[in-house]
Design a protein around this ligand. Structure first.
Ligand code: FES
Length: 64
């Protein structure tokens, strides 16, 4: 599977986000899931430029 880097500041990849999402019970809300993923991976805590991309990946995985 494709494993691209989504957050360049923190080096967080697609697979890191997926793993973080599976480390907890399913959230129904993208923003809530984002908070969890951010706690686990520190994604989007640098320049913040990846914010939309992270949300996109989360929705992609959630609704896959
Ligand atoms: S690319 Fe993610 S915080 Fe800068």
């Amino acid at each position: 599977m494709e494993n691209r880097e989504i957050c360049h500041c923190m080096g967080v990849t697609y697979a890191d986000i997926e793993t973080a999402m599976h480390s907890t019970e399913k959230f129904s809300d993208v923003l809530e899931t984002f908070k969890h993923v951010q706690e686990v991976t520190s994604c989007s805590t640098g320049c913040g430029g990846c914010y939309n991309d992270i949300l996109e990946v989360i929705s992609e995985i959630m609704y896959a």
